[in-house]
Design a protein around this ligand. Sequence first.
Ligand code: TRP
Length: 451
Amino acid sequence: MTTRTRILTGITTTGTPHLGNYAGAIRPAILASEDANADSFYFLADYHALIKCDDPQRIQRSRMEIAATWLAGGLDVNRVTFYRQSDIPEIPELTWLLTCVAAKGLLNRAHAYKASVDKNVENGEDPDAGISMGLYSYPVLMAADILMFNAHKVPVGRDQIQHVEMARDIGQRFNHLFGNGKEFFTMPEALIEESVATLPGLDGRKMSKSYDNTIPLFTSAKDMKDAISRIVTDSRAPGEAKDPDNSHLFTLYQAFATKAQEAQFRGELLEGLGWGEAKNRLFQLLDGQLGEARERYHQLMSRPSDMEDQLQVGAKKARAVAAPFLAELREAVGLRSFVNQAAAPVATKKKAAKAARFVSFREADGSFRFRLLAADGEQLLLSRNFTDGKAAGAVTKQLQRGDALDVRAEALGFSVWLDGAAVADSAEYADQASRDAAIEALRAALAPIED
Ligand code: TRP
């Protein structure tokens, strides 16, 4: 059986999705989730939104708008796990476990944080002016998002690649420190869709809220039409041949058209279609493709409690994965129940190994000997006599190296051999079972200590 590829991505809930977000992220993510081999986790990164925005109204509106956009766009919640980050308390808890292993030096290098520092320095301000711990720890929270679900692939924009790399870094460190040979976390990979359109905005620069050049997605047909009418074109009059390859209006059309529609539009532009009519064609195309989804969007927005229900189902699904995994991680770092503590195999082995000790002494005749005492003080071994202390010391060292022990049982006792010579002996036991138990205890006491 092959495991399905776990795809995970988060959407920061600070704005209203526009046409560029739809073509660049939402549409491809919904398509990817339809692949039978994909196990998709999509979530509203609303804890991340708090880092950038302290307007509760806006946070709430954006969460609803983004949820409605994804659902209206055709996301099938029975297929994917669709949830709000803030509904999963395991995420902030994991964030703390990861914060405790994340190197501060690593976070110092985060682009977003560094850019803020640089700006402060440029303005002659204190380097950390206005920088919250939220912004600084942003990559750790994102690492928790990703590692919590052991995502294989993380579709993101280029500006987020560094964050995915940091998630790997932090996860690897946790694995190393607490895994005891086990890999708790899967190493995630950023997935940059090369084929996905970066749409130009009204002015031809990348469509972005910060350039104020966006085409609204689902607000209304009229808003979309108004925005399209403001697309910047050259001044060629109707009847003059247009150059489709240097027209961002054409690029926008292309991102939504079939090959046939595209070829037809290209031909008409070359034949002198007027820009006004061209804008009309673009509107018709977009409206035809997005009109129904717009209807669904407004329905969802008018009944937010339906969305609440769907997101609660998503949270339940996500927590069914997160909660048992977090329990394992808590166990690994030492946040354990006090019940049955002594029975925990790793703990007893370590304890015995740590607590067993060698005690050296000198006989009246001047020879050197040592005892090996178990954690409870019981004598496990008494060495033979060594003429000098160095030789005795070398033997205790060798016994602690964790090499396979050469134990030879004789009657109701046993001896330990090194390089063909007996170096130490046990006491005499009442029966063979006690003798064998003592051999076990000796082996446990001298087992390699994993630090
Ligand atoms: N930081 C991402 C962005 O602004 C959003 C995000 C939060 C995210 N957590 C994530 C993306 C986990 C992918 C995986 O775009």
